[in-house]
Design a protein around this ligand. Structure first.
Ligand code: ADP
Ligand code: MG
Length: 600
């Protein structure tokens, strides 16, 4: 007896639903995508009980006539493709003809639709695959689809759903993606009768981002565009100050479709290298446009992944465009002082400890300015500190008494060292707080990079060579990296069995103990450095050198030393971040201070 049967159509649809319809948010996504494919300019979404009770999506798109309405909930029915040739350049969000059939197999549906030239609307009801007939009804142009009691005949799937809040979080995420990709669409989202979002298609993208996330996002984005061959990119790049602990806030769109792609994620990560702490993720909105024929969307049921025919090209263009912009931009963090009312739609909790701390700093600063600027009023707050320093100093990075820049006027000091670790200085429209170690580290690192690119580092003979012992592995590692040592200006010579002596050491690292440095260098070469290519290894070594040579937290600095540091800051690239990506400088604006002291 044959064991194989052909599954009935409803079973087929339910199985397809298992792939496409994971939770209420998947329904919302599919319905919104259909509305966009139908040319809608306005979409209104109403949800009840996290989508368990009701999902309603109403649009003003092209609508369907009675005949299409009768067909559209059957499986494999679509108006978007006809032949296999059409699969090679899909320009619509949908094309599989499965979504409505899948949804209708696992819920109660009522759909009302009306085309532009039809005198009235038609409606149809389907209950878990049992289709009623099409009948006339009243309704505007466009389509409204209501989905009730999702999975009600599938208790196992229904039990799997999370709380209304969690499900609503997923729905909001899909709403957000579509809102970002379709900036000129009017969109409304309600939950249990409460309006969560009302977005106007006329607002610009920054404003949309501010409404969807927070005003902090909107204010800390750098815009860039690039166009090469057939690929057009436009991006809004979050400054490092608004970075996050995961990559959830990296939104990548390909021809209006939200996608996740590991090549692109990698390119973004690389672009931010050195601008952001290694364990943080930047906020990025990236919009890619390219011919539909250059990739395949038919690789994933929800189409969140695509297959690029030339992934390397995309990687290099994204990396190049983003990196160029980031390196050419001041990424200094704009510090926000605490506000009395928290933004209504803030997605992440604000840390009250940070707020408390910034209030303390603000109070201390106001006190400082009062003491040190007795004759000036707020309106007279002086020119930027940078303007009164001589700009370039050839030996910057080495702070010694003889090399410091003389103070140009003997008047009121415009900076202050606090806790022997931070420098507070006046800036154009506020004040900055500098982490002295982090900034000095960056200055030395850039100096080292520049010099090593030009030639090898200048070195100085040690009066008394310093000797040390080595294992065979360590000696091998040193031999294998002879070129690197040469570039660094470190000269080592054999000095007996398993013993070497340091003969010369880079002058730029005059403040670093040679033996200590060489020993750490050997550790790096034999341990952490394994698996790095030559360039990455050199970068690690320069990082280590900069860290060791930089002034430390807790080190008291003279006025001249501080002036030198501030002057070096002005001429150093990427001075806003230390080489590990941590901020060197935090800025507080006078506007924020005035707000805080209730002056405005
Ligand atoms: P697909 O989007 O892959 O074609 P669906 O099952 O989502 O498959 O939709 C089937 C068809 O129903 C679509 O191709 C389209 O012609 C029609 N349709 C669905 N939703 C709408 C809508 N909101 N407005 C107009 N037509 C729609
Ligand atoms: Mg569809």
């Amino acid at each position: 007896m044959s064991r194989i049967i052909i599954l009935d159509q409803n079973m087929v649809n339910m199985i397809a639903a298992g792939e496409v319809i994971e939770r209420p948010a998947s329904v919302v996504k599919e319905l919104m995508e259909n509305s966009i494919d139908a040319g809608a300019t306005k979409i209104i979404i109403s949800i009840e009980d996290g989508g368990r009770k009701l999902i309603s999506v109403a649009d003003n798109g092209c609508g369907m006539d009675g005949e299409d309405l009768a067909l559209t909930f059957d499986s494999h029915t679509t108006s978007k493709i006809k032949t296999s040739k059409d699969l090679q350049g899909i320009s619509t969000l949908g094309f599989r003809g499965e979504a409505l059939a899948s949804i209708a197999s696992v819920a109660q549906i009522r759909a009302v639709s009306r085309t532009k030239n039809s005198p009235g609307a038609n409606c149809i009801e389907i209950d878990c695959g049992n289709k009623g007939s099409v009948s006339p009804c009243s309704g505007d142009y466009g389509t409204t689809i209501q989905v009730r009691d999702l999975f009600y005949k599938l208790p196992a799937r229904r039990k799997f759903l999370k709380t209304a809040n969690t499900e609503m979080g997923h729905i909001t995420e899909h709403f957000t993606r579509i809102a970002l990709a379709n900036g000129n669409l009017d969109m409304v989202l309600h939950h249990n009768g409460r309006e969560l979002y009302r977005l106007s298609g006329k607002q610009d993208i920054r404003r949309r981002i501010a409404e969807l996330f927070s005003s902090e996002f909107g204010e800390n984005l750098i815009e860039t565009e690039s166009s090469e061959k057939e690929l057009r990119l436009s991006a809004l790049l979050g400054k490092p100050g608004i970075s996050r602990t995961n990559n959830k806030f990296q939104y990548v769109f390909l021809n209006g479709r939200f996608i996740r792609d590991k090549f692109i994620s990698h390119a973004i990560k690389e672009a931010y290298r050195g601008c952001i702490e290694p364990n943080r993720f930047p906020v990025v909105f990236l919009f890619i446009q390219m011919p539909y024929e250059n990739y395949d969307v038919n690789v994933h049921p929800t189409k969140i992944e695509v297959r690029f025919y030339n992934a390397n090209l995309i990687h290099s263009q994204v990396l190049g465009a983003l990196r160029e912009k980031l390196l050419g931009t001041n990424l200094q963090t704009q510090a926000k002082l605490p506000v009395t009312t928290a933004p209504a739609k803030a997605r992440e909790e604000n840390s009250s400890a940070t707020h408390h701390r910034s209030r303390e700093i603000a109070d201390a600063m106001a006190e400082f300015f009062k003491k040190h600027r007795p004759v000036q009023t707020q309106q007279q707050l002086g020119p930027a500190l940078k303007k009164r320093f001589v700009p370039l100093h050839p030996n910057a990075g080495q702070i010694t008494k003889s090399q410091t820049v003389p103070s140009q006027h003997g008047g009121t000091k415009e900076f202050l060292q606090i806790h022997d670790s931070f420098i507070v200085a006046e800036a154009d429209d506020g004040f900055i707080i500098i982490d002295q170690h982090a900034l000095h580290e960056r200055i030395i690192y850039e100096d080292l990079c520049r010099r090593i690119q030009e030639s090898r580092l200048e070195s100085q003979k040690l009066l008394i060579p310093e000797s040390f012992q080595l294992t065979d592995t360590q000696a091998d590692a040193l031999k294998a990296n002879a070129e690197l040592l040469e570039k660094l200006g470190i000269e080592l010579a054999p000095f007996g069995p398993k013993t070497y002596a340091i003969q010369a050491f880079p002058s730029l690292l005059a403040k670093v103990a040679p033996l200590d440095f060489v020993q750490d260098l050997i550790d790096l070469l034999t341990d952490k450095g394994l698996g790095l290519d030559a360039e990455e290894l050199l970068d690690e070594v320069l990082n280590m050198a900069a860290c060791k040579a930089a002034i430390k937290a807790g080190q008291k600095l003279t006025d001249n030393e501080i002036e030198q540091l501030l002057a070096d800051r002005e001429r150093t690239e990427r001075a806003s971040r230390c080489p590990h990506g941590r901020p060197t400088t935090i800025k507080f604006s006078i506007t924020e201070l005035e707000k805080q002291f209730k002056r405005t």
